[in-house]
Design a protein around this ligand. Structure first.
Ligand code: MN
Length: 424
């Protein structure tokens, strides 16, 4: 597929710092406001936010199927409602306007001043009004580690795991954007199986290094999306830190799965990178044995090479990167997840969010949670300020970053920065 905005030779007349997450080949979408401007839809290049509402008002988005309210909006949903082709055309248009070989916007100094806003002057908001949130459990290494710790090292994966992408329905109301702090959750725990449970702040607050994808409108109830079709229903991806309270989780999760251990907060990065922009970073799918059932079969590359890292910054200290992982370690691909999700006729809607599940790699420094990195508290991690972490402390800031890179083009996701505050 030829997507003009992906051309690696494109150069923008807007200065893009080296190693920026946002070269002209990215063109992600987000929602922002400034001290003077109400909430609106934007894109990003280098250190500037591109105000799409102003672009529209000034006539630069003509002959595309969008209206003013698609950009003069508090979420991307109205824009996303227009579907895959419309959003692709929009991204191509923005790219063209920012390209050195096109003069329309470039040569209109007055318009440039209106459209480009320094990124440090904006507040990024939750980009999507998320309807339903589904969380998968698709990293074989993660599922194996957790199964080894809590059940049986010889039968770490449950019998269904290699046959279907295991998932559960999460909660969307507590999904927050980077920058918003979280409060240490309280709950019921039973650390000593001989005693009654107790109530109080979690002692095992953990991050989960995940990515998420956002969907376009799906098909009507009763119909399914095949693996062949799935990419047409995926708008884009972002970083996702799916906070967990491990002590609450281990007591409550039987038999229906996670509940209060997971629904107190999940943190999202503010820029949604389109699936189109990630096309050049596709890699071979993981080998799947046993062979999957027909409805989960795929053709071609459906995995993506996306470097991911998680860091802990203690108060008044520096960021300590504690995990380096990669989205390509996922056993189940997004198209398989979506095909499985809808195979029973379940309808997905514009703005649904699907979490990958914690992405752990094969090595100990690529595990995607403190539970695994510090192995259930038995191997504490040293911070540069001399303190140790088994889990996340109050006043720690947890920082997730991610990017793809190939042939000198780097497409980044920005970051998620979340400070943990004491129990309210
Ligand atoms: Mn999760």
């Amino acid at each position: 597929m030829n997507i003009p905005a992906n051309n690696p030779d494109l150069k923008s007349w807007v200065e893009v710092p080296q190693n920026s997450d946002f070269p002209i080949q990215n063109i992600p979408f987000g929602v922002f406001k400034t001290a003077q401007m109400n909430t609106r839809v934007g894109s990003r290049i280098g250190d500037y936010v591109v105000d799409l509402k102003s672009l529209f008002v000034l006539g630069y988005l003509e002959n595309l199927p969008f209206e003013a309210h698609d950009f003069d909006a508090t979420s991307l949903n109205s824009m996303m409602k227009k579907g895959k082709k419309a959003v692709r055309d929009l991204r191509n248009r923005i790219s063209k306007l920012l390209d050195t070989s096109h003069s329309d916007l470039q040569n209109n100094e007055h318009h440039v001043g209106q459209v480009l806003i320094p990124a440090d002057q904006v507040t990024m908001l939750l980009p999507v009004e998320i309807g339903d949130y589904t969380d998968f459990y698709s990293s074989r290494e993660h599922a194996t580690n957790v199964g080894t710790m809590f059940r049986d090292p010889n039968n770490a994966l449950l019998p269904n795991w290699l046959w279907l992408p295991v998932g559960y329905h999460g909660r969307s109301s507590s999904i927050i954007v980077s920058g918003e702090p979280i409060y240490r959750p309280k709950g019921q725990t039973r650390n000593d199986p001989e005693k009654d449970p107790t109530f109080g702040p979690t002692q095992r607050l953990d991050f989960e290094l995940e990515m998420a994808f956002i969907t376009f409108d799906g098909k009507p109830l009763g119909e399914s999306i095949s693996t062949e079709e799935a990419e047409d229903y995926i708008f884009g991806m972002c970083l996702f830190n799916d906070w967990s309270a491990r002590d609450i989780q281990s007591w409550e999760y039987v038999p229906l799965g996670p509940f209060l251990a997971k629904n107190f907060a999940s943190s999202l990065s503010p820029w949604i990178v389109t699936l189109d922009a990630l096309e050049p970073f596709k890699v071979d799918n993981p080998e799947q044995a046993p062979k999957v059932l027909d409805y989960l079969k795929t053709t071609g590359q459906k995995s993506y090479d996306i470097h991911l890292e998680m860091g802990i910054q203690p108060e008044n200290s520096e960021n300590n990167v504690v995990c380096r992982s990669n989205f390509k370690y996922m056993y189940w691909t997004m198209v398989q997840q979506l095909a499985h999700h809808t195979v029973n006729g379940c309808n997905i809607r514009c703005g649904d969010l699907m979490g990958s599940g914690t992405i752990s790699g094969p090595t100990e420094d690529s595990y995607g949670s403190m539970l695994e990195l510090a192995w259930k508290g038995t191997k504490p991690l040293k911070m540069s300020d001399g303190t140790e972490r088994k889990f996340i402390n109050d006043h720690d800031t947890v920082i997730m970053k991610g990017y793809s890179e190939k042939n000198g083009i780097r497409i980044g996701f920005g970051e998620i920065v979340t400070k943990v505050l004491p129990t309210k």
